[in-house]
Write a protein that binds this ligand. Structure first.
Ligand code: ACO
Ligand code: ZN
Length: 223
């Protein structure tokens, strides 16, 4: 029962401008057959990947008016692990990550935000860490070497600081952003990562943040 409607951003120029699919969020040019084909392929895979039918035994760690957060641990049944892998694949594709093997896969904790429409609209993957390097304020000027090599290479302090929990991925479905889903995922992580204590923002670290991730993390940690 997916809606095939499309939201035309560039009203009046339907055949030239970019279109955003109302169900999968992909932005593409509807008049371009190659783009359209790419969309059809992505559309199906994406909606299949975020579909959440519900599990008999699910670990609900938070509930909200617009959804709930389910925690998946590495020893959970294979249907839960498979869903996490499917979602991670979509997230990694969007982030442009190559296959990254987590350092301690059996200690990885995955938090899925499930919307009322039974879709996985947010995902946070966390793992225990011992130390992290604080990101320094962005290097300025075109001369700075790190900005040439890779726009992700923020300058980091070379003094390690103790940390407890590393966020290796945080992602929210494009059409559900800026509704505090990421904030609620991190709040829940801080509450559930270690039994009996609420982690401070100094004890969590974001690994290799994207520009979006950095904006979110800066805002989150200061408020
Ligand atoms: N630009 C500016 N400020 C932002 C942005 C942004 N893109 N995103 C979040 N913020 C700030 C805002 O101040 C926001 O509060 P406001 O909406 O009241 O102003 C506050 O952070 C909280 O934002 P949320 O609504 O909780 O964040 P959201 O649910 O939209 O998710 C996220 C943020 C996860 C970064 C999302 O934009 C996303 O999935 N982006 C693509 C994937 C990505 O880049 N993930 C980070 C990778 S880094 C890593 O995984 C370690
Ligand atoms: Zn679509």
């Amino acid at each position: 029962k997916e809606t095939k409607d499309q939201l035309v951003i560039d009203a009046g120029q339907k055949h030239f401008g970019a279109t955003m699919c109302k169900s999968c969020g992909m932005i593409y040019t509807a008049s371009n057959p190659e783009d359209e084909l790419q969309h059809v392929q992505h559309h199906h895979r994406f909606l299949e990947g975020i579909k959440y039918a519900g599990w008999k035994k699910e670990r609900v760690v938070a509930e909200f008016w617009d959804g709930k957060i389910v925690l998946v641990l590495s020893h959970d049944p294979s249907y839960a692990i498979r869903k996490v892998e499917d979602v991670q694949e979509l997230v990694d594709y969007e982030l442009g990550f190559q296959q990254v093997v987590p350092r301690c896969p059996n200690r990885t904790k995955t938090f899925l935000f499930i919307s009322d429409e039974k879709k996985v609209v947010g995902c946070l993957i966390a793992e225990p860490i011992k130390q992290a390097f604080r990101v320094l304020s962005e290097p300025t000027g075109p001369e700075s070497p790190s900005s040439k090599e890779c726009h992700r290479a923020w300058q980091c302090s070379d003094v390690p600081e103790p940390a407890i929990c590393g966020i290796s991925r945080i992602w929210v479905f494009r059409l559900k952003r800026r509704k505090r889903i990421a904030r609620r995922l991190v709040d829940t992580l801080r509450n559930c990562f270690m039994f009996g204590c609420f982690l401070s923002t100094n004890e969590i670290a974001f690994s290799d943040p994207t520009p979006d991730g950095k904006l979110f993390a800066t805002k989150y940690c200061n408020t």
